[in-house]
Design a protein around this ligand. Sequence first.
Ligand SMILES: [Zn+2]
Length: 192
Amino acid sequence: MTTTDAMPDLPPPFVLADHPALDLLNTQMLVEGHKRDLLQNDAQAAQWLEQIGLGVATVVGDGRLLGELRALRDSIESLVTARRESRPADPATLNRFLLGAVPQLVWEQPGAPELDRFHQADVMTRQLSRLAYAAAELLAEGDFNLVRTCESADCSLMFYDRTKAHKRRWCSMALCGNRHKVAEFRKRRQGV
Ligand SMILES: [Zn+2]
């Protein structure tokens, strides 16, 4: 798969993976057979971080947020791929982001202080280290039998299957599940 520049009519990223690290990987997706990056600037990066519940950052617009988010995404992508293929990989880049997730004692009120793992003054560092921590937890403790790619042949979206029966097959029913059902129905009707 080659990555090509996004076209203006690309959809905003889908948040459907049931895991923020996989949602980050899904910000690159197959569109008509080409791998596209749905995050093209700092504003889109900030919007996505807000969409997945990591808070609101000030958009500086110097490309740093997008650059850092892409670096984190590349790292998570290579590590998740390695984990799925049962081979070791180099977590140096992810570990760099995890340096922002060092617990700090915060003592602003009388009584017991708080132990806060994400107490960074800089919102961007806080957001990215939260994301990195979620990815690290997934890699270290997640059940990779439940990390799957949508079964649709032309869909690259991944998800963490949190359904009770662990039989989730599609990124979403609306995007791919229904398409599959219609195709199956047609096949049955035509007796194929
Ligand atoms: Zn799909």
